[in-house]
Write a protein that binds this ligand. Structure first.
Ligand code: SF4
Ligand code: SF4
Length: 345
């Protein structure tokens, strides 16, 4: 870690104690839409507002406001963010001109070779496909839509095909030569016995980094969390993943993170002795209407009265009083959701 990054981490830790951000977020996540053609069993995005979305011009303002906050990374997500593919391409291009790294996470349902090429040419730095099963039976069962497994595999192959192509038109050499593609898989009861198979599929389709996370610990997901009788098989799978990692497999989460996943499913609160949740200081999520999305619900700028925050000012949202009140609640959270808890680890 270089000196700047070390200083930022120190300031974020101090911010955590103060419930006030002394520096900007590490990364901003823009949820461009709640719409999605899939209906994954662990996702409730489709129950959110599907009709009101910020126009491209508002997202452009949001991107433009990031350099003054010291933000160097944006993730575009949803819903299925590629339902707004032209807007994503435009925003990646805009961010690239400002020297900001960008990533996209997609189910692969809307990926086409043309979209992939446009994103790549615009300066995209990271493409992530989400894959939750090693075959159509498991993956489509979780996604609740036949054909979703074939879509994500096709999407992975499109990214693998394109990476490495020269893009001399990108002025910033750091962004020009920075491109990686990976996968993200959510561990749940339905796939906990097939994690190494998911790894194999991702690796065999060229993924350069392979991530895992655990399904969220909310009330609706109790049926999807790994059940007690399946914890032994989960532990076995986790140890196999760690063994793969030791031989150089591109698993992009730490051994400690992986080994904590069974503990999380067994007794989430027991993690509180080991970790501090940095969710209010590391990553900042702006929802499709331009408000802040947190695990304690959406937070609005008190000055905004309408459904849409069209003048979305990320710096103002980051520092507003209701956000700081929520940071204090996060700091004393007693029901850890695992992923965010570990963002500092
Ligand atoms: S693909 Fe993503 S947004 Fe769509 S239903 Fe699944 S988890 Fe939710
Ligand atoms: S650990 Fe608690 S406060 Fe932190 S992100 Fe998860 S639910 Fe939110």
């Amino acid at each position: 870690m270089n000196l700047v990054a070390q200083t930022q981490t120190l300031l974020r830790n101090l911010s955590w104690h103060l419930d006030f951000p002394l520096v900007g977020p590490r990364k901003v996540i823009f949820l461009l839409t709640n719409r999605c053609p899939l209906r994954c069993v662990m996702c409730w995005t489709h129950e959110a507002d599907l009709h009101n979305e910020l126009p491209l011009s508002s997202w452009e303002k949001a991107v433009d406001s990031l350099p003054q906050l010291g933000v160097h990374e944006i993730m575009f997500s949803g819903g299925e963010v590629l339902l707004r593919k032209d807007d994503v391409v435009a925003l990646v291009d805009r961010a690239c001109h400002l020297g900001i790294r960008t990533s996209v996470i997609t189910s692969g349902w809307k990926t086409t070779p043309t979209v992939m090429q446009e994103l790549y040419d615009a300066g995209l730095n990271v493409m992530m496909n989400s894959i939750d099963g090693p075959n159509a039976e498991i993956h489509d069962g979780i996604r609740k839509r036949p054909g979703s497994f074939d879509s994500v595999i096709a999407s992975m192959d499109m990214v693998a095909e394109i990476r490495g192509r020269p893009r001399p038109h990108i002025r910033d050499p750091l962004l020009r030569n920075d491109f990686a593609y990976g996968t993200m898989s959510v561990i749940m009861d339905q796939n906990c016995h097939m994690l190494t198979d998911i790894y194999d599929v991702s690796a065999s389709h060229g993924a350069q980094f392979i991530c895992f996370q655990a399904v969220t610990n909310d009330e609706k997901n109790q049926k999807n969390k790994v059940q007690t009788e399946n914890l032994p098989v989960l532990r076995e799978q986790i140890e196999k993943l760690i063994a793969i990692k030791k031989t150089g497999g591109p698993i992009a989460v730490t051994d400690t993170f992986l080994r904590s996943i069974p503990q999380y499913f067994e007794d989430p609160a027991s993690l509180l002795t080991d970790v501090q949740c940095m969710a209010g200081f590391n990553d900042f999520i702006i929802n499709a209407q331009g408000h802040v999305s947190t695990c304690f619900g959406d937070i609005k700028d008190p000055d905004v009265t309408g459904i849409l925050n069209t003048e979305v000012d990320v710096a103002k949202l980051w520092r507003m009083a209701p956000m700081n009140e929520t940071r204090a609640r996060m700091r004393t959270c007693e029901n850890p959701c695992f992923v965010a808890c570990w963002t500092n680890g």
